[in-house]
Design a protein around this ligand. Structure first.
Ligand SMILES: Nc1nc2c(ncn2[C@@H]2O[C@H](COP(=O)(O)OP(=O)(O)OP(=O)(O)O)[C@@H](O)[C@H]2O)c(=O)[nH]1
Ligand SMILES: [Mg+2]
Length: 206
C-alpha cells in the first residue's frame, strides 16, 4: 500500500482532551436495537459486523417484532463517545443478540466497566441471558427499554419486577434511533458507574 493511500484514509484519533477511558458493553436479545443504539451515539464511524438474514434464520431468529430488519450482528459493534467535556472516552462494544454467540459474549464483555442491557417489552424474557452473563461476570449494568411503537406500555415498576432487577439498578426508557434519548441512557449508566466506584483508601496519617 503506498503512503498516498494511507494518508488519505480517514482516521479518527482519540482527542488530546481524553484523560480517562472505559469499556462499555451494549447487550440484549436479538433485534432489540443494540446496533442502532451504538450507531446513534458514536462520534466515530461505528464498526459493524452485520450479515444478511437469510431463509436459514426462519424458525431460529424471530423477526415478528422487527419485520424491516434485514441484517444481524455476527461479530460485534464498536463505537466511541466522549463525555465530561471530552475528558472521558467510552468505548462501546455491542454484542450479537442470539445466545448461540455466547462464547463471543464472554470474550467481548471481559474487562468491561459496565453494561447497558437493551430490552423490548414485547419479549422481556429475551433479556435474561444477557442479565445472567453480567451477573456471572460481576459486571454492573443498567437496563434501557427500547420503546417500539406497538410494544406494551408497562410501567417501570412492573418491568423491574419482571426482570427481577435490584432496586438500585437504573432502569429507563429510550429510543435507540434517537441520539439525545440514547445519550441520556448512556449518561445514566456513566453516573451509576461513577457512584459505585469505591473511593481510594486514604493515605495513613503519620
Ligand atoms: N420502531 C423502532 N425501531 C427500532 C428501534 N431501534 C431499532 N429499531 C429497528 O429495529 C431493528 C433492529 O435493530 P438492530 O439495531 O439491528 O438490533 P440489534 O439488537 O443490533 O440486532 P441483533 O444484533 O441482530 O441482535 C432495525 O430494523 C431498526 O431500524 C426503535 O427504538 N424503535
Ligand atoms: Mg446488532
Amino acid at each position: 500500500m503506498d503512503s498516498a493511500n494511507l494518508s488519505s484514509q480517514a482516521v479518527s484519533y482519540v482527542p488530546d482532551t481524553v484523560t480517562t477511558s472505559a469499556k462499555i458493553v451494549v447487550a440484549g436479545g436479538f433485534g432489540v436495537g443494540k446496533t442502532t443504539f451504538i450507531g446513534s451515539v458514536s462520534e466515530v464511524e461505528p464498526l459493524r459486523m452485520e450479515e444478511p438474514i437469510t431463509e436459514e434464520s426462519v424458525g431460529v431468529d424471530d423477526l415478528n417484532g422487527t419485520p424491516a430488519k434485514s441484517t444481524t450482528t455476527v461479530g460485534m459493534d464498536f463505537g466511541r463517545i466522549h463525555l465530561v467535556d471530552g475528558t472521558l472516552a467510552l468505548y462501546l462494544f455491542g454484542l450479537p443478540g442470539q445466545t448461540r454467540f455466547r462464547p463471543l459474549w464472554d470474550d467481548l464483555a471481559e474487562g468491561a466497566l459496565g453494561c447497558l442491557v437493551l430490552a423490548d417489552t414485547r419479549d422481556l424474557d429475551a433479556s435474561h441471558d444477557a442479565l445472567g452473563l453480567l451477573e456471572e461476570q460481576g459486571i454492573p449494568y443498567m437496563v434501557g427499554i427500547n420503546v417500539f411503537p406497538d410494544a406494551p406500555g408497562y410501567d417501570l415498576t412492573e418491568i423491574r419486577e419482571a426482570l427481577a432487577l435490584d432496586p438500585e439498578t437504573p432502569l429507563t426508557t429510550c429510543d435507540a434511533r434517537d441520539r439525545t434519548s440514547s445519550l441520556y441512557a448512556l449518561i445514566t449508566l456513566a453516573e451509576f458507574l461513577a457512584g459505585r466506584r469505591t473511593p481510594e483508601p486514604l493515605e495513613p496519617q503519620p
